[in-house]
Write a protein that binds this ligand. Structure first.
Ligand SMILES: Nc1ncnc2c1ncn2[C@@H]1O[C@H](COP(=O)(O)OP(=O)(O)OP(=O)(O)O)[C@@H](O)[C@H]1O
Length: 235
């Protein structure tokens, strides 16, 4: 899916949250979005998902302006934060709710969830807790898996490694790489974690004060050194 950003601006008072004159992503990539606190990563994702109204400019997916159509929503999966979940349901009820929305029968839903059984784990799959009582990491896992259930061509995940234990972080990297290869999907992942981003991404974009500073090819971790220098990561 082609992503085209043109003259995209979002400000809060005198603060520029996002200001991207022109950016196009054509090939399916795992795009890591990096930047310091307040760089504009979440704002950019919210603009891309039409969760926020831009001051000016547009985000187009395969030529369709996301603010002018709903059609793209079936082709995109996203998890930004807990507000994407429904607190008073159990995980099973929530997955069934989403499955119905996507028109899955019970067997399809079971098969789609089964793929992510190891990543999801027992607290989500076996215990009958309400989502509101799950740990932060398990809520995060539920949101990520739900974003992938309908095999979207574009996946947008805001800080997906947050709250995950080391095993789950590693599983997530493999899971996303596998998804990208299997579906030829584009995956956008924001993160503060340099090593995860370099391990996972095929391309890395650096955002600072809303501006897109660098767009780096990361084949074989090629962007690692430049990013270490930028973030002044010492040996
Ligand atoms: N609703 C809002 N009202 C006022 N300012 C906001 C609002 N949302 C974001 N901002 C500001 O816009 C800028 C970009 O914020 P954003 O959350 O997009 O950054 P980020 O890169 O995701 O940060 P972090 O890494 O800390 O999560 C920040 O200066 C932030 O304070």
């Amino acid at each position: 899916m082609e992503i085209k950003i043109q003259n995209l601006k979002k400000t809060y008072g005198s603060k520029t949250a996002v200001d991207i004159p022109d950016y196009t992503l054509q090939a399916p990539e795992i795009l890591g979005l990096m930047g310091n606190n307040g760089a504009g990563k979440t704002t950019l994702f919210r603009l891309m998902l039409d969760l926020l109204k831009a001051d000016s400019g547009s985000v187009c997916l395969d030529g369709t302006d996301v603010s002018q159509s709903e059609d793209w929503k079936l082709r995109v999966g996203a998890y930004m934060d807990e507000s994407f979940l429904i607190d008073y349901l159990t995980p099973e009820e929530y997955f069934q709710f989403c499955g119905r929305m996507y028109g899955f029968d019970a067997a399809t839903l079971h098969e789609r969830i089964h793929r992510y059984e190891r990543f999801l784990g027992d607290e989500i799959l076996k215990e009958k807790k309400y989502i509101r009582n799950l740990s932060a990491g398990n809520k995060q896992k539920m949101g990520i898996v739900t974003a992938l259930l309908h095999n979207p061509e574009l996946v947008i995940l805001d800080e997906p490694f947050n709250f995950l234990d080391p095993t789950s972080q590693s599983l997530l990297k493999h899971l996303l790489q596998h998804y990208h290869e299997e579906h030829k999907a584009t995956i956008l992942v924001s993160s503060h974690n340099l090593s995860h981003t370099v391990d996972l991404s095929t391309r890395i974009v650096l955002l600072e004060q809303g501006h897109l500073l660098r767009d780096l090819d990361n084949a074989d971790g090629a962007a690692g050194k430049e990013l270490e220098d930028y973030f002044e990561v010492k040996e």
